[in-house]
Design a protein around this ligand. Structure first.
Ligand SMILES: Cc1cc2nc3c(=O)[nH]c(=O)nc-3n(C[C@H](O)[C@H](O)[C@H](O)COP(=O)(O)O)c2cc1C
Ligand code: SF4
Length: 430
C-alpha cells in the first residue's frame, strides 16, 4: 500500500481535537489566522476554485464555482452546513462532527468569510445527539477563544453559528428540503430554479455545503491549491473519507487519496472479505449508487472513474456484499428505505417506490411471478428522471445493476417459490 498521510483525520484517536489547545497543536486555526490577516474573500474563492475541490455531499459539484455563483446584489448571504447524513452506508460526517468539530468550525468561518456571510446555520441530523453535544461544547470554546463571533481576531469581520437539529427525515439532507426545514416548514424539496445561490434560506443568496467539503477548506488554504489538486486525479482530487461497511474484516471510516483502486481499499484498508467468501457486489457511493463487481476492483474511487462505470462516488458509502447475500433481499431493503423516506410530492417516487417494494417483498416471500420480473425490468423509464429531486431517481440504480447481473437469482425466487438463500431451504437441500 502506497503511503498516504491523512489530512482530515490527522490526530483523530490520538488527540482530543474538541479541545482548542490540542486542535491548535495539530495545526488548527493556522488557516483562519492567515486568511483573516492576509487574504481577501476573492482570493480564498480563487484558491478553492484552483484546488478543484468537489462537494463531498454526493453530487460532486465544484465548490469554488458554487461560491462564485452568488449574486453581487448587496443582499445578506447565508452559509448552511449539511450535517444530515442519512444516506445508507455513510457515516463519515458523523465521525468528523464528533472527532474534529473545531476543524469543521474553522472551515465554516473561512467559507463564510469567503462568501461574505455573517450567518451560518449547521443542520445536524436529529439522531446525532452526542455529536450535537460535542459540537456545541466546541462552539462555545471556539467563541471564547475569539474564533467565532464579533470582530474575529481584530479583522473587523463578524460571523456567528446557529445550530438547527433535524428530526430524522432523510429528505431533509436534500439542500432545498433542508432550507424549508430550517425555516420551520415541512421538509420538502423545492422546485429548482431558482437555486439556493439566488433564493435560498429566507429567499436570500445561500450556499449549502457538506461537512467534509467544509473540513477541506482550512487545509487548502494552509497548504495551497496546488498541493490539494496533486492528490489523485486532477479533475477529482483531494483526500476523501470512505465509510466501509458490509461483509469485510474491518469496517470503518478510512481516509484515502482520491483515485485509490477499489480493490486496495477493500484489501489494504478494510482487511478484505470474511474467510472463505467471494465478492458479489459493492455499492461504492451509498444506497443511491449502482453496484460494481469483482472485475471493477481496479476502478479508482473518484467521481469520474466511477461515473465511467455507470455508478457514482456519491457520499462515499462503500457497502460490500459477499456470496452469502441475496440480491433480492438487499434490493428490497434499500427500496423499502427510499419508499419510506419519499416526501410524497411526486407520483413516480411516491407510488413507484411502493410498487417496486411490494414486488420485491413478494419475490422474497416466494409469492412472485414472471409478470413481477417483467415489471421490474421495465419500470425504470417511468420511475426515473420523472421526479422533482434525486431521491426518486435513487430507487432503481442498485436494483437494476444487480437485476442485470444476476437475472437467474431473481428468476429462481419465482421457480423455487422462495429465497434460495433462506437458511431453512439450505438445510433441506443439504
Ligand atoms: C435525498 C437526498 C439526501 C441528501 N442528503 C445529504 C446529506 O445528508 N448530506 C449532504 O451533505 N448532502 C446531501 N445531499 C446533497 C445535498 O442536496 C447538497 O447537494 C449538498 O449538501 C451540497 O454540498 P456539497 O456541494 O459540499 O457536496 C442529499 C441529496 C438528496 C437528493
Ligand atoms: S422525488 Fe420523492 S422525495 Fe423527491 S420531491 Fe419527489 S416525492 Fe419528494
Amino acid at each position: 500500500m502506497a503511503t498516504f498521510e491523512p489530512v482530515l483525520t490527522k490526530g483523530v484517536g490520538q488527540l482530543d481535537l474538541t479541545d482548542v489547545a490540542a486542535y491548535r497543536k495539530n495545526g488548527g486555526f493556522v488557516a483562519l489566522e492567515k486568511a483573516l490577516k492576509d487574504m481577501t474573500p476573492e482570493s480564498i474563492i480563487a484558491e478553492v476554485t484552483a484546488s478543484n475541490l468537489r462537494g463531498r455531499g454526493g453530487a460532486g459539484f465544484p465548490t469554488g464555482k458554487k461560491w462564485g455563483f452568488l449574486p453581487k446584489d448587496g443582499r445578506p448571504r447565508y452559509l448552511v452546513c449539511n450535517c444530515d447524513e442519512a444516506e445508507p452506508g455513510t457515516f463519515k460526517d458523523h465521525m468528523l462532527l464528533e472527532q474534529t468539530p473545531l476543524q469543521l468550525i474553522e472551515g465554516l468561518i473561512l467559507s463564510a468569510y469567503a462568501i461574505n456571510a455573517a450567518h451560518i446555520v449547521v443542520y445536524i441530523r436529529g439522531e446525532f445527539l452526542e455529536g450535537y453535544r460535542i459540537f456545541m461544547r466546541a462552539l462555545s470554546a471556539a467563541r471564547e477563544a475569539g474564533y467565532v463571533g464579533d470582530n474575529l481576531l481584530g479583522s473587523g469581520y463578524s460571523a456567528d453559528i446557529l445550530v438547527h437539529r433535524g428530526a430524522g427525515a432523510y429528505i431533509c439532507g436534500e439542500e432545498t428540503a433542508m432550507l424549508e426545514s430550517i425555516e420551520g416548514k415541512r421538509g420538502e424539496p423545492r422546485l429548482k430554479p431558482p437555486f439556493p445561490a439566488n433564493a435560498g434560506l429566507f429567499g436570500m443568496p445561500t450556499v449549502v455545503n457538506n461537512v467534509e467539503t467544509l473540513c477541506c477548506i482550512p487545509h487548502i488554504l494552509t497548504r495551497g491549491a496546488a498541493w490539494f489538486a496533486s492528490i489523485g486525479p486532477p479533475k477529482s482530487p483531494g483526500p476523501k473519507i470512505i465509510s466501509v461497511s458490509g461483509q469485510v474484516q474491518k469496517p470503518g471510516n478510512y481516509e484515502i487519496p482520491m483515485g485509490l483502486p477499489a480493490g486496495e481499499l477493500l484489501q489494504d484498508y478494510a482487511g478484505g472479505l470474511l474467510p472463505g467468501r467471494t465478492l458479489k457486489a459493492i455499492q461504492p457511493g451509498g444506497g443511491s449508487s449502482a453496484a460494481i463487481f469483482a472485475e471493477d476492483l481496479h476502478t479508482g474511487i473518484d467521481y469520474d472513474s466511477l461515473a465511467a462505470k455507470q455508478t457514482m462516488l456519491g457520499s462515499g458509502g462503500f457497502v460490500v456484499m459477499d456470496d452469502t447475500t441475496c440480491m433480492v433481499r438487499a434490493s428490497m431493503t434499500l427500496v423499502r428505505f427510499f419508499e419510506y423516506e419519499s416526501c410524497g410530492q411526486c407520483t413516480p417516487c411516491r407510488e413507484g417506490g411502493q410498487w417496486v417494494h411490494r414486488i420485491l417483498r413478494r419475490l422474497e416471500a416466494g409469492e412472485g411471478s414472471d409478470a413481477d420480473l417483467l415489471v421490474l425490468n421495465t419500470i425504470n423509464d417511468t420511475l426515473t428522471g420523472t421526479n422533482l429531486c434525486p431521491l426518486g431517481d435513487s430507487i432503481m440504480p442498485f436494483l437494476l445493476s444487480v437485476l442485470r447481473r444476476f437475472p437467474q437469482e431473481f428468476a429462481e425466487h419465482v421457480t423455487l417459490a422462495g429465497c434460495p438463500f433462506d437458511p431453512a431451504r439450505r438445510m433441506v437441500a443439504a
